[in-house]
Design a protein around this ligand. Structure first.
Ligand code: COS
Length: 381
């Protein structure tokens, strides 16, 4: 919490209350119905959460990235699908526009984010997951427009998004130096959702496949410079991974909290199971991992706020927090015993929700590659 200003700390208390009183009671239904209700998205807008991270000159509150990370953590304790709506809109859509967009793009799109309109990032393709530079979706120039053809898969916020940041090939001869990033409105003719993708966890989050058929986008919608879009998306993911690390942290904390409370009232052999050393060791290990994950996540967010190089720390935070979330949700379910394995309890949902954090925004294998490359670079190797 140390990165937050006094005002931000105060607002976080409201966010905690909102998450606990209004989001958490809906989490089970959100999972079952596979949808975050509009009313929750509207409430996040009313509370100013979409506006929080947008600078004042575009109508927002100009709060810090650390604040946003705390918000994602608090919402994820209650419902990570709900958290992802905000996380996607701010770290994956607004952040690249803020970092690289022209003044014109910022003025056209950021006030809409402040107004609660959701955005997303369309990078991944069936043949380009970990190897992001292998994308094939192509944009060809015609006058002052680009015509986009291709498809994108696993697009979070898919059905909710009013606009996406989209990565396309603009010069096929140059690999990652021939990729450009555009903002594309979701209602542009030729842009279609070809299917909804159903998932193991974060089932309330809309994940879709997008098809681009002769989608015309004005040249002025390029984010940054032509053929320099790979850098835009890589830096976006540096921020995005801190957001996912915060989501993982929140999932772990939510699961842990419920499991400890349950264990304290669960009696076997004539006493609460928390009196057994075996259970205490589990609790101690889980709490230690949560604390370590929290320190890494807050450190990464602080560095992002200070505009320091975040490549290594954001991958470390995402790697550690997501692995911790998977361990902690698994152990939390174990504390519930047979009851934990049933859908009567939330423990199984937490475990399902945790799994994606080890996969999206770069698998944890890719995070290890990124960390190792940076370490070797530091050694001059
Ligand atoms: N931040 C900023 N710039 C970065 C970067 C980062 N995290 N990672 C790479 N770059 C830059 C490099 O500096 C390099 O720039 P130059 O061309 O100016 O030298 C360029 O991008 C290419 O980098 P690199 O040679 O490392 O590219 P590779 O194709 O070998 O690998 C990885 C890039 C594996 C790191 C990348 O493809 C990746 O992150 N993959 C995972 C994709 C992902 O997270 N997908 C999830 C989508 S959202 S669910």
């Amino acid at each position: 919490m140390s990165n937050l200003s006094a005002d931000e700390l105060e607002v976080i208390q409201y966010v905690k209350r909102f998450a606990n009183d209004e989001v958490k009671p809906l989490a089970k239904e959100i999972d079952l119905k596979m949808e975050v209700p509009d009313k929750l998205i509207k409430r996040m807008h009313e509370l100013g959460l979409f506006a929080s991270y947008i600078p004042k000159e575009y109508g927002g509150y100009g709060m810090s990235f650390s604040f946003l990370v705390n918000v994602i953590e608090e919402l994820s304790k209650a419902c990570p699908s709900t958290a992802l709506v905000l996380d996607g809109a701010l770290t994956l859509f607004a952040e690249p526009v803020l970092m690289f967009g022209s003044e014109d793009i910022k003025k056209r799109y950021l006030p809409r984010v402040v107004n609660g309109e959701v955005g997303g990032l369309a990078l991944t393709e069936p043949g380009a997951g970990s190897d992001a530079a292998a994308i094939k979706t192509m944009a060809t120039k015609e006058g002052s427009e680009y015509i986009i053809n291709g498809s994108k898969i696993f697009i979070s916020n898919g059905r909710l998004a009013k606009f996406y940041v989209v990565d396309v090939v603009t010069d096929a001869s140059k690999k990652h130096k021939g990729i450009s990033t555009f903002v594309v409105d979701a209602d542009t003719p030729g842009l279609k959702i070809s299917r909804d993708i159903h998932k193991l966890g974060i089932r309330g989050s809309s994940t879709v496949e997008l098809v681009f058929e002769n989608v015309r986008v004005p040249e002025k919608n390029i984010v940054g410079t032509l053929n320099e879009g790979f850098k835009v998306v890589m830096e976006t993911l540096d921020a995005g991974r801190i957001g996912i690390a915060a989501q993982a942290l929140g999932i772990a904390e939510g699961a842990f909290d419920e499991a400890v409370k349950y264990a304290a009232q669960r009696k076997q052999f004539g006493k609460a199971i928390t009196e057994f050393e075996g259970i205490q060791f589990m609790i101690a290990d889980m709490a230690t991992k949560i604390e370590a994950a929290r320190l890494l996540v807050y450190e990464a967010a602080g560095k992002w706020d200070r505009h320091e190089d975040c490549i290594k720390i954001s991958s470390m935070a995402k790697l550690f927090a997501s692995d911790a979330a998977m361990d902690i949700t698994t152990e939390s379910l174990q504390l519930f015993g047979g009851y934990g394995y049933t859908t009567d309890m939330d423990a199984e949902r937490h475990m399902r929700d945790a799994k994606i954090t080890q996969i999206y925004e770069g698998t944890n294998q890719i995070q290890r590659v990124i960390i190792a490359r940076k370490i070797l670079e530091e050694f001059g190797i």
